[in-house]
Design a protein around this ligand. Structure first.
Ligand SMILES: C[S@@+](CC[C@H](N)C(=O)[O-])C[C@H]1O[C@@H](n2cnc3c(N)ncnc32)[C@H](O)[C@@H]1O
Length: 232
C-alpha cells in the first residue's frame, strides 16, 4: 500500500471521504505495479511533479493517496502564495516554458491541469491556434523528464477539439494513454462539473481493462473512445 509521509500530509485540509476503497483507476494500477516491482508487500512512496498547479488540487489528492510532491510549476503569484503556505518544503518554479530536464528532478508521475481556455466551450475554441495552449509545453516536459505515469486534466470541450492530439502526442513519445470522464458529483459535490482525465503509462506495461472500466453508481465513465484508447 502507499505510505503517507507526515511532512507532506495535508489530509486535514480535505473533507471526509465516504469510501476510501475507490481510488482512481490509474492510481490503483500504479500501486500494484510498484508493489510487484518491490517484491510485494513493501511500502512504496511514489513521487510526483505537478505542472499548472493552481492551488494544488492534484497535489492534495495525490498526497492523500500517499504520494510525495517533488516539485511544482505555477506562474500565478497568488497561487504561489497558497502553494508556499501548504507546501513550504517543495521546490517551485514559475513558468513551464523555462522548465525541463535541466532543472526538474526525475519523478514517478507528472500531473497537471493545463490551461483550458483554448478548448473550453466558454471561449473561442481556437485549440492549437490559441497562444494560451500550453499542452506542447506539458508534452515537452514529459518527453524530457520521462516519468512512468502522466495524469493530465482538462474541460469536456477538449474531447471534440484537441483530445486526439493529446493522446497521439503521448503515443508518439512512447506512452499508452486512456481517458476518464469524472464529474465532481461522483465525489458528492452538489454540481456535475465533468472533467476529462488522461492517464498515460510509459510503455512498460498496459493498464488492464482500463478502456472498459466503469464504476456504476460512482459516476465513472470512459470519456472518449478514440483510435488511441487502450487496446488490451
Ligand atoms: C486550469 S488551472 C489549474 C488548476 C489546478 N488543477 C488546481 O487544482 O487549482 C491552470 C493553471 O496554469 C497556470 N499557468 C498558466 N500559464 C502557465 C505557465 N506558463 N507556467 C506555469 N503555469 C501556468 C495558471 O496560472 C493556472 O493556475
Amino acid at each position: 500500500m502507499f505510505g503517507t509521509s507526515p511532512k507532506t500530509d495535508h489530509t486535514h485540509l480535505l473533507p471526509e471521504r465516504q469510501d476510501d476503497s475507490l481510488p482512481l483507476p490509474g492510481m490503483r494500477v500504479a500501486t500494484e505495479i510498484h508493489e510487484a516491482e518491490s517484491g510485494g508487500g513493501a511500502e512504496v512512496t511514489l513521487t510526483f511533479g505537478s505542472l499548472f498547479v493552481g492551488i494544488g488540487g492534484f497535489d492534495l489528492g495525490f498526497e492523500r493517496a500517499g504520494m510525495t510532491c517533488t516539485w511544482q510549476v505555477e506562474i500565478n503569484d497568488y497561487c504561489n502564495k497558497v502553494l508556499a503556505k501548504h507546501w513550504p518544503d517543495v521546490r517551485r518554479y514559475k513558468d513551464v516554458r523555462e522548465c525541463g530536464a535541466h532543472n526538474l528532478e526525475p519523478v514517478d508521475v507528472i500531473c497537471g491541469g493545463f490551461p483550458c481556455q483554448p478548448h473550453s466551450v466558454a471561449g473561442k475554441r481556437k485549440g492549437a491556434a490559441d497562444d494560451r495552449n500550453l499542452w506542447p509545453e506539458f508534452l515537452r516536459v514529459v518527453r524530457e523528464v520521462r516519468p512512468t505515469w502522466v495524469v493530465a486534466e482538462n474541460v469536456p470541450g477538449i474531447v471534440s477539439l484537441y483530445l486526439d492530439t493529446v493522446l497521439s502526442d503521448l503515443e508518439d513519445i512512447g506512452y499508452t494513454a486512456t481517458t476518464f470522464d469524472i464529474p465532481a458529483c461522483a465525489f458528492d459535490a452538489p454540481h456535475r462539473r465533468e472533467r476529462i482525465f488522461v492517464v498515460a503509462n510509459a510503455d512498460t506495461m498496459r493498464l488492464p481493462h482500463a478502456a472498459n472500466e466503469s464504476r456504476n453508481g460512482q459516476g465513472w465513465q470512459n470519456a472518449a473512445p478514440s483510435s488511441h484508447a487502450l487496446q488490451v
